[in-house]
Design a protein around this ligand. Structure first.
Ligand SMILES: Cc1cc2nc3c(=O)[nH]c(=O)nc-3n(C[C@H](O)[C@H](O)[C@H](O)COP(=O)(O)O)c2cc1C
Length: 183
């Protein structure tokens, strides 16, 4: 079971075709949770419904009531792709003020539960003085960052071509590496 979490960053509109469908083809069951921003974007285009049809599970956005059953099975791995600068910062600080963050913050502290994060940010986000500290905090907690000029060269704000594809193949490879049985 792969827990796919996505936030309001460019490229999230291709979450289904770039990550969810390929993961299903590789044999994963997939449960999707979206931040409120990503949920609003993907609901508006009908993608939430398409993701639910494809995965056979509800796309989570809000919290459940305490007496409600959990709508998703427990994942064996979480992947946050794309993670906006906002979501990266909150994860690094342990802030869980939406359902997506709640799940991943707990996963980061759960022994033996791998977490992969693709920061979907631009060069300005990365020059924020707190940025490197956020990455260091996540790395020190064992989070696998899909990050660096070879996978996601940083562009200046509004310089990116609209159709720029997130490095989905590298994200799925990181998930499979994180969950591979020890040699
Ligand atoms: C069209 C559009 C594209 C955006 N792209 C990005 C992006 O690529 N990376 C990013 O960090 N923020 C981006 N943002 C800003 C985030 O959506 C905003 O910070 C939001 O609060 C993130 O919320 P979330 O992390 O809870 O999803 C974008 C906003 C808009 C309107």
């Amino acid at each position: 079971m792969l827990g796919v979490v996505a936030s309001g960053a460019g490229g999230v509109e291709r979450l289904r075709t770039g990550l969810v469908a390929p993961a299903l083809e590789r044999g994963w069951r997939v449960a999707v949770t979206l931040t409120p921003t990503a949920g609003a974007w993907l609901r508006r285009t009908g993608e939430v419904q398409r993701l639910e049809e494809l995965t056979g599970l509800p796309v989570r956005g809000g919290p459940r009531f305490p007496d409600e059953a959990r709508p998703h099975p427990q994942p064996d791995c979480f992947v946050v792709a794309p993670a906006s600068a906002n979501t990266v910062a909150k994860l690094a600080l342990g802030i869980g003020d939406n359902q997506a963050l709640t799940q991943v913050c707990e996963a980061i502290g759960t022994v033996g539960l791998p977490v992969v994060v693709l920061p979907g940010v631009n060069a300005a986000h990365a020059r924020h003085p707190a940025w490197e500290g956020h990455l260091a905090a996540l790395r020190s907690a064992g989070v696998r960052l899909v990050h660096g000029p070879e996978v996601w060269p940083l562009e200046e704000p509004r310089a990116s071509v609209p159709a720029r594809e997130l490095p989905w193949a590298a994200v799925l490879a990181a998930v499979e590496q994180a969950t591979a049985p020890p040699a």
